[in-house]
Write a protein that binds this ligand. Sequence first.
Ligand SMILES: [Zn+2]
Ligand SMILES: [Zn+2]
Length: 50
Amino acid sequence: MKCEKCFKPVHTCPDCKGQTATSLLGDRLTCSTCRSTGSLCSEHGGHWKR
Ligand SMILES: [Zn+2]
Ligand SMILES: [Zn+2]
């Protein structure tokens, strides 16, 4: 996956492990680090999606 703003490859969010971590209810975690995208751009962080 690539950042939609700078087209650099995004990397897996370390906080939610790319949205593979789940809450007690089995839902996806709401991750403020990556805005629940599961990925991070080194420049734009979780704001790599348009
Ligand atoms: Zn970017
Ligand atoms: Zn995250």
